[in-house]
Design a protein around this ligand. Structure first.
Ligand code: MN
Length: 246
């Protein structure tokens, strides 16, 4: 049997309008497919409400993937809600912002994607632009045009882990976000920006494999080699982590 690292993917709550009683814990299938294809065993973490439950699930993990999704409650980074703030998910915020400090302390590999780079940043005490278009004059259009359109370039720091992982210091990426990192959190290095200065990639400054990207490689990996390499690099780090802790 092929040994696969177990990678936790926290879910969000999705419900029909006004019907919280019919909510489901869910993660877009694209993340599950990308992780499985890259050699991992994805484990969806439901929206749970008790820390002891979350701790037990966390102990199963060789890595943590923070997926895209709704906006993070700005109270989590000390700001009042901006008028253009989108939907929030308080329980998901709690789950993810609990998991990140544990993973950070344990040196567990973490990949944050879109909302996930923002989650990583907020967990480390950073702040967010709540709406790029209204808060950052002159910024490119980062909002959704299509899932797979490579809307803009990202220039990466030559000495970064991400350049090694992606195999290039410049990538063209899709862009489906209206928020971005404002002030980076503790221990996070900015390693990628678009031409307007918006932060598109960060990584941890320690030994652990911690990477956040503002784009969506889970929509690109089937046709885009750098996106595929990002998942492969993450899974390789999780495999090494599993071997080291066995
Ligand atoms: Mn973008």
């Amino acid at each position: 049997m092929q040994i696969r690292p177990v990678i936790g993917v926290p879910c969000g709550l999705q419900a029909p309008p006004g019907r919280q009683d019919r909510a489901v814990s869910a993660v877009p299938e694209s993340y599950v497919r990308a992780l499985e294809s890259a050699g991992a065993a994805p484990l969806l973490i439901p929206v749970v409400r008790q820390e002891s439950t979350l701790r037990m699930l966390y102990r199963l993990l060789d890595g943590l993937l923070l997926a895209g999704g709704v906006d993070i409650d700005p109270a989590r980074f000390g700001q009042e809600p901006h008028p253009k703030l989108g939907k929030v998910d308080a329980l998901r915020d709690w789950v993810e912002l609990s998991l990140v400090p544990w993973a950070w302390a344990d040196g567990l590999p973490v990949l944050g994607i879109c909302r996930g780079i923002q989650t990583l940043n907020v967990a480390r005490g950073g702040t967010l632009w709540q709406d790029i278009t209204s808060q950052v004059p002159g910024a490119l259009h980062h909002g959704r045009v299509s899932y797979t359109l490579r809307a803009h370039a990202v220039k990466l720091e030559p000495a970064s882990r991400l350049v090694t992982v992606l195999g290039s210091d410049k990538v063209r990426v899709n862009s489906l976000h209206h928020q971005a990192i404002q002030v980076p959190g503790r221990g996070l290095q900015v390693v990628g920006r678009s031409s307007d200065g918006i932060i598109e990639a960060v990584e941890g400054d320690g030994q652990a494999w911690v990477v956040g990207v503002q784009w969506h490689p889970e929509w690109l990996w089937e046709t885009d080699r750098p996106a595929e390499r990002l998942f492969e690099g993450f899974v390789a780090a999780c495999t090494a982590r599993r071997a080291a802790s066995a």
